[in-house]
Design a protein around this ligand. Structure first.
Ligand SMILES: [Zn+2]
Length: 108
């Protein structure tokens, strides 16, 4: 893991900043808290659970029409507490052993 972390940091534009972010166990998350309510909260970072999982540290993100409908309460299957956001560009931070199409530190 230490060697993989080194690869991430080597590729980063601002290695010191990325090192501090990667070292944290938490991340900022936009959370749906019911119709018309959202919050920016600190949440645990996701972890690899299956060999084909990967985690991506987002560097740029946005919200889309789906997120706007969720925030208005138009999507009854989306319960309060859901972390929003599925549009982004980031750097692969960790990957399971079965991930072969992406390398650590690659932008995706
Ligand atoms: Zn979308």
């Amino acid at each position: 893991m230490e060697e993989r972390m080194g690869e991430v940091l080597t590729a980063a534009r601002d290695a010191a900043s990325l090192r501090a972010i990667v070292a944290k166990d938490t991340m900022k998350a936009l959370v749906y808290r019911g119709p018309g309510f959202k919050a920016l909260e600190e949440h645990p970072k996701p972890v690899i659970q299956a060999s084909d999982d990967a985690t991506v540290k987002l560097v740029k993100t946005t919200i889309c029409g789906t997120d706007l409908h969720i925030l208005k309460g138009d999507v009854p299957t989306c319960a309060p507490g859901r972390i929003l956001g599925h549009e982004g560009i980031g750097v692969v931070e960790s990957a399971g052993a079965g991930v072969t199409m992406f390398n650590l530190a690659i932008k995706c």
